[in-house]
Design a protein around this ligand. Structure first.
Ligand code: NAG
Ligand code: NAG
Ligand code: NAG
Ligand code: CA
Ligand code: CA
Ligand code: CA
Ligand code: CA
Length: 787
C-alpha cells in the first residue's frame, strides 16, 4: 500500500511503538508465563534481554511481502541495515523487531546509525513503516481519587461483588483515559458549568437544537426533568480528583452536549443531531428512543436514517461516527428492542442493561440486535449509578440514583472512548467487531445463551455479554481494520400467504448461493436484516423467527400483549447480530406464527426481503483474529505502548449540501445515468477514497461496478466516486426512483455505472442479482408467488 509510505511522516511522530521488553521491568506476576520462550509476547525465538534499557537502538518494522517470504525478507533487511533481527513482534504478522548490537563502538555513533537506518528503511520497497523504539518511563501506579462519591461508584470498581464492574481501573493505570476523544450526549441538555463537567466540556462539539443556539445548557422545567443529559455526561467524563462527586469512565475525554429532547422532536432535528459537528464529536451517546409502551413500532424516519448512514461514512474523518443507543426501558410492558429502529439499525451500537448482580432488570428489553450489556440500576434492593447531576432546581450536582438503560449506554460510550484513544482509526464496524469479540458471557439464570457457528455466544437478553473495558482496550490496541463492508440484498419476495394460528406456522425461505455472493466477495456475516410487510388484525399476536443457514435462531419479532395495532408491519426492518461471523451462504428461513385464536381473521405475509451485511473474512481469518485478541488480553501491547500505525483519515467538510430530485438521477434497468453530477465539485466520496486507497478496494470497485469493463481506468473510477458521493451524501434516492418497492437506502451495490459511450451489459450477463443492478423488485425472478 504505497499511500501508507507516503503518509508515514504524518503519523510517525505519534508512533512511539515500544515493546514489552522494557515493560518487563515493572510488570506484575501476570507477565511471567508470557516471558517463557514459548510465550507469544517477547519476541519468540530469542530471549528478551535489555535492549533499549541502556540506550540501545531498536526498530519496529512492518514489512510488505507475501506471507511465505516475510521471514526471509526480514532476515535480509536486518542484514542490509547492519542490525540483528530479533524476530516477529508477538503474533503481529509482518512486524519485526530489529536491534543494533554494537561490537564495542562508542555510543556517540548512535546518531549516525539512527540516520542511516532511518534513511534505508524509508527508501526500502519492502518496508511499509518503521519506528524507532523509545524508552518509556514506568513506575508503579495505583489510583487514589479524592472524589467523595468515587468509592460508591461500584460500576467502576466493585468492592462488594468483585468482578461485577466494567474493569476499567487497569486501563486508567496504563494512562488510557479517553484523551483526544470527544463524546457527545444527545439529550435534554448538559449543564456544562458544573464542577465535574466544566474542565472537560467541549463547546466546539455542542449545540442546542431546541433553542437553536450553540449552548446546550438545560432549561429547568416544572417536573424537574431536564437533568438527564447532565447525568449521562458525568458518567462519561466527570473530572477526577477534584474533591467533588464522581469520576467518569473516560475522564480524559472531552464531553459535548446536543440539546434536542426538550421540545418537539422532528425527523430533521434528529438528522441534524446525528451529524452535528461530526468531525469533532467521535461518539454520539443516545439514551432515548421511541415510546417503551410495548405497543409502538418506530425508529428513525427517512432523514434520521440518512443521517446515521451519512455519519458512519463521513464522520470522524471517514472512519465513521460511533452511535451508541440504549436498548430501551419497556421491559415491564414486554417491549422488545427489535421494534425500535434505532436499536435495529446496523449503524448503532445497541446496549442493554444489567443490575449489580448481572441479572436483567425488570425494565430491560431484549432483542436479537442487542450487541452487549453493561451496568445500571435494578430493583429497589440494587444500587444505581452514582454520577454527576445538574444543580438547578433541586439538584445538588451529584446523584446516586441514575438508572435505566439510559445509564448503561453512556458507560458503553465511555468505554469506546478509551478504545479510540489507543486506536483512533477504528472504523464504526471495527468498534462493533471488537465488542462482539470481547464481550463476555456469564451466568444469569434468566438468560439463554446460544453459541453460533463462529463460536460467539449471544443471548437475546445480554447480547454478546458484558462489556469489559480491559478487554475492549487491549483488543482495540492491536485491531487491524476489517475488510470493507459487503452486502447482499435479495429480491423482494412476494408471498401473499396467510399465517396460521398456533401450533401451525408459516415458513418461507430464501437461498443465498455462492454466485449471489461472488461479486461483493462476502464470506461471513455481520448483521442480518429482514424487511417484512405483514397484515394482521392484532400485531402483538405475532411471533417471528429468523434462522440463518447454520441453524442459529433469532427471535426478531416477539409477541406483545399490549400491541393491538390492526395494521401489522409495513416494510419494517428487523435485524439480528446473532449470526455474526457465520458463513453467509445458504438457506435463510423465516417462521411466523400467530399466538391468537381463530376469532380474528388470519394475518398475511405480503412480502419480505433479506439483506446480509458482512465481509470477505473467511471463517479461518475470523478464528485467527479471535486467537490474536485473546493473546493480547495479558496487557502486553497496552503496557508496552506498542502502536500500529493509523492512516490519517480524510478532510471532510462539515456542511455538504446536496439537493436531490427525481431529475438529478435516473436509475433504470440497473443503469445509472447521472445527468447532474458533472458540474459538482464535491469531494471524492469518502467511501470511494477509502476503497481507491487499497488494492482490495480497487478490485472490489472493478468487480462490482465495472463487471465487463475490467480495465476501468481512474477517470471512470473518479466519476464513480462522484456519483457515490452524491448518493451517499443524499442518503439514497427518492422513493419513486427505487421503483416504490423495498425499504431502506439505495446501496452502492444496487447500482451499476456505465462508462460513457458503452452499453450496459444486459441483466442476463450478470452472475448475481444481489449485486450489480438489482433495483429492489427487479432481481432474480422479479419476486415470487407462494413457495
Ligand atoms: C489525587 O489527589 C491527591 C491529593 O489530593 C493525590 O495524592 C493523588 O495522587 C491524586 N490521584 C491521582 C490519581 O492523580
Ligand atoms: C480486569 O483487568 C485486569 C487488569 O487491570 C486484568 O488483569 C484482568 O484479567 C481483567 N479481568 C477480566 C475478567 O477481564
Ligand atoms: C499520560 O499521557 C499524557 C499525554 O500523553 C502524558 O502527558 C503523561 O505524562 C502520561 N502520564 C503517565 C503517568 O505516563
Ligand atoms: Ca441554549
Ligand atoms: Ca469529580
Ligand atoms: Ca422499546
Ligand atoms: Ca444496532
Amino acid at each position: 500500500m504505497p499511500h501508507w509510505r507516503r503518509g508515514a511522516p504524518l503519523w510517525s511522530a505519534g508512533m512511539e511503538a515500544t515493546l514489552c521488553i522494557h515493560t518487563c521491568l515493572w510488570l506484575s506476576a501476570a507477565w511471567i508465563p508470557l516471558a517463557s520462550p514459548a510465550g507469544p509476547a517477547c519476541g519468540g525465538q530469542r530471549a528478551p534481554d535489555t535492549e533499549g534499557r541502556h540506550g540501545k537502538l531498536t526498530w519496529a518494522v512492518s514489512l510488505d511481502a507475501p506471507e511465505e517470504e516475510l521471514e526471509q525478507r526480514a532476515e535480509e533487511l536486518a542484514q542490509t541495515a547492519g542490525l540483528v533481527n530479533m524476530g516477529r513482534v508477538g503474533e503481529l504478522k509482518g512486524h519485526y523487531l530489529f536491534a543494533y548490537q554494537p561490537d564495542g563502538h562508542a555510543a556517540a555513533e548512535h546518531e549516525a546509525i539512527r540516520r542511516s537506518v532511518d534513511t534505508l528503511f524509508a527508501q526500502h520497497d519492502s518496508v511499509r513503516w518503521h519506528s524507532e523504539q523509545k524508552l518509556l518511563k514506568r513506575s508503579k501506579r495505583s489510583l487514589h481519587f479524592n472524589d467523595p462519591k468515587y468509592p460508591q461508584q461500584w460500576h467502576l470498581n466493585n468492592r462488594k461483588s468483585p468482578g461485577k464492574d466494567i474493569n476499567v481501573t487497569g486501563v486508567w493505570e496504563r494512562n488510557v483515559t479517553g484523551r483526544g476523544v470527544t463524546v457527545v450526549v444527545v439529550d435534554d441538555g448538559v449543564e456544562h458549568t458544573i464542577k465535574d463537567i466544566q474542565p472537560n466540556y467541549s463547546p466546539e462539539g455542542s449545540y442546542d437544537l431546541n433553542s437553536n443556539d450553540p449552548d446546550p445548557m438545560p432549561h429547568p422545567d416544572e417536573e424537574n426533568g431536564n437533568h438527564h443529559g447532565t447525568r449521562c455526561a458525568g458518567e462519561i467524563a466527570a473530572v477526577p480528583n477534584n474533591s467533588f462527586c464522581t469520576v467518569g469512565v473516560a475522564y480524559g475525554s472531552r464531553i459535548a452536549g446536543i440539546r434536542v429532547l426538550d421540545g418537539p422532536l422532528t425527523d430533521s432535528m434528529e438528522a441534524i443531531a446525528f451529524n452535528k459537528h461530526y468531525q469533532i464529536n467521535d461518539i454520539y451517546s443516545c439514551s432515548w428512543g421511541p415510546d417503551d409502551d410495548g405497543k409502538t413500532v418506530d425508529g428513525p424516519h427517512q432523514l434520521g436514517k440518512a443521517a446515521l448512514q451519512h455519519g458512519v461514512i463521513a464522520g470522524r474523518r471517514g472512519f465513521g461516527s460511533i452511535f451508541v443507543v440504549a436498548s430501551g426501558n419497556g421491559g415491564q410492558h414486554s417491549d422488545n428492542c427489535n421494534y425500535d429502529g434505532y436499536a435495529n439499525s446496523i449503524y448503532t451500537v445497541t446496549i442493554g442493561a444489567v443490575d449489580e448482580t448481572g441479572s436483567m432488570p425488570f425494565y430491560a428489553e431484549e432483542c436479537a440486535s442487542m450487541l452487549a450489556v453493561t451496568f445500571s440500576g435494578g430493583d429497589k434492593m440494587m444500587r444505581s449509578i452514582v454520577t454527576t447531576d445538574w444543580d438547578l432546581q433541586k439538584g445538588t450536582g451529584c446523584t446516586e440514583g441514575h438508572t435505566g438503560t439510559s445509564a448503561a449506554a453512556p458507560l458503553a460510550a465511555g468505554m469506546i472512548a478509551l478504545m479510540l484513544q489507543v486506536r483512533p482509526c477504528l472504523t464504526w464496524r471495527d468498534v462493533q467487531h471488537v465488542i462482539v469479540f470481547t464481550a463476555t458471557k456469564y451466568e444469569d439464570r434468566h438468560a439463554k445463551w446460544d453459541t453460533n457457528q463462529a463460536g460467539f455466544s449471544h443471548s437475546h437478553q445480554h447480547g454478546f455479554g458484558l462489556l469489559n473495558a480491559w478487554r475492549l482496550v487491549n483488543a482495540a490496541k492491536i485491531w487491524e481494520s476489517v475488510p470493507y463492508l459487503a452486502s447482499y440484498v435479495s429480491p423482494v419476495l412476494k408471498e401473499g400467504r396467510s399465517i396460521p394460528v398456533l401450533p401451525q406456522e408459516l415458513e418461507v425461505a430464501w437461498n443465498v448461493t455462492p454466485a449471489d455472493l461472488e461479486l461483493s466477495g462476502m464470506r461471513t456475516l455481520e448483521h442480518v436484516a429482514v424487511t417484512v410487510t405483514i397484515t394482521h388484525p392484532r400485531r402483538g399476536n405475532l411471533e417471528i423467527r429468523l434462522f440463518c443457514p447454520s441453524g442459529m435462531m433469532s427471535l426478531i419479532g416477539t409477541t406483545r400483549s399490549m400491541d393491538s395495532d390492526p395494521n401489522g408491519f409495513s416494510d419494517w426492518t428487523f435485524s439480528t447480530v446473532r449470526c455474526w461471523g457465520e458463513e453467509a451462504q445458504g438457506s435463510y428461513r423465516l417462521l411466523i406464527r400467530d399466538i391468537g385464536d381463530e376469532s380474528l381473521r388470519p394475518g398475511t405475509l405480503r412480502q419480505w426481503q433479506l439483506t446480509l451485511y458482512g465481509s470477505s473474512w473467511s471463517p479461518a481469518e475470523m478464528k485467527e483474529r479471535q486467537r490474536l485478541l485473546e493473546e493480547a488480553m495479558s496487557g502486553q501491547y497496552l503496557s508496552g505502548d506498542f502502536s500500529l500505525p493509523c492512516p490519517p483519515g480524510l478532510d471532510i467538510p462539515e456542511e455538504q449540501r446536496y439537493t436531490i430530485t427525481a431529475n438529478t438521477l435516473k436509475v433504470s434497468r440497473g443503469t445509472l445515468h447521472p445527468p447532474g453530477w458533472a458540474g459538482r465539485a464535491g469531494p471524492c466520496s469518502v467511501l470511494c477514497a477509502l476503497l481507491l486507497g487499497s488494492e482490495q478496494g480497487l478490485r472490489w470497485l472493478r468487480a462490482v461496478f465495472f463487471k465487463g469493463f475490467p480495465s476501468a481506468d481512474p477517470p471512470a473510477l473518479g466519476m464513480l466516486c462522484r456519483v457515490l458521493d452524491f448518493l451517499l451524501h443524499a442518503g439514497g434516492l427518492p422513493d419513486e426512483e427505487r421503483g416504490g418497492a423495498g425499504p431502506g437506502m439505495l446501496q452502492p451495490h444496487q447500482l451499476q455505472v456505465v462508462p460513457a459511450g458503452q452499453q450496459a451489459p444486459s441483466p442476463g450477463e450478470r452472475p448475481g442479482d444481489g449485486v450489480g443492478a438489482s433495483v429492489p423488485g427487479e432481481g432474480r425472478g422479479g419476486g415470487r408467488d407462494g413457495v
